[in-house]
Design a protein around this ligand. Structure first.
Ligand SMILES: CC(C)(COP(=O)(O)OP(=O)(O)OC[C@H]1O[C@@H](n2cnc3c(N)ncnc32)[C@H](O)[C@@H]1OP(=O)(O)O)[C@@H](O)C(=O)NCCC(=O)NCCS
Length: 173
């Protein structure tokens, strides 16, 4: 008996392909728009003990900033906000929805903003991260960021203040 074919593929190939298309989540990076702010704020409020306000995000929709979002199957999974000053990029915010963590979204955003900074001929990316934030620090180190200093009492904390680790990545010319 002849095998069923769809557009030159066997039925089993076609089923296999469509199954993998359904099970593999599709991640897409794109610039954030102001219309994303309700979803951004929902993630932000779950991500930080001292979250940004919507007004802070609104102030970042300016030429010296880049705002990136990752959609998983059309739902905003995370975002990154960076500022560009002279030859230096400052990573201001990187946050992934708790339900989407541990699946590569944060690393994807980080790699994307590094690639964009290189494409725009920037020399360095710097960031601050709470000393207690081991997950983020590990992610940054694994992408080549190195600690270059500390800022004392940089972050508000439940009991007073917390120091920041300052990390930097030199970009290749
Ligand atoms: C930090 C954050 C952005 C990471 O996003 P994510 O999408 O979960 O990260 P990824 O899935 O890309 O994982 C990247 C790396 O982070 C580290 N990591 C992620 N989740 C971890 C966990 N639960 N425990 C330990 N390390 C973890 C690992 O090094 C991981 O790499 P690996 O999977 O190869 O081991 C996310 O945890 C977050 O939004 N946290 C709250 C906001 C925040 O702290 N932002 C950083 C401010 S400086």
């Amino acid at each position: 008996m002849a095998k069923a074919e769809i557009g030159g593929q066997s039925m089993m190939q076609a089923i296999g392909d469509s199954c993998s298309a359904v099970s593999e989540p599709e991640l897409e990076i794109r610039p954030l728009e102001s219309g994303d702010l309700p979803e951004v704020m929902n993630i932000e409020l779950q991500g930080y003990s001292h979250p940004w306000t919507e007004g802070i995000f609104q102030d970042c929709f300016k030429p010296g900033y880049r705002l990136w979002g990752v959609d998983e199957d059309g739902v905003l999974a995370g975002y990154a906000v960076v500022s560009y000053v002279l030859d230096e990029v400052h990573l201001l915010n990187l946050c992934v929805h708790p339900g989407f963590r541990g699946r590569g979204v944060g690393r994807l955003l980080l790699r994307h903003l590094v690639k964009e900074a290189s494409r725009e001929d920037m020399n360095q990316i710097i960031l601050e991260v709470r000393l207690s934030n081991n997950i983020a620090s590990k992610l940054y180190r694994s992408e080549g960021f190195e600690e270059i200093g500390r800022r004392r009492r940089y972050y508000p904390a439940a009991s007073g203040w917390e120091d920041a680790r300052v990390m930097a990545l030199l970009l290749q010319p």
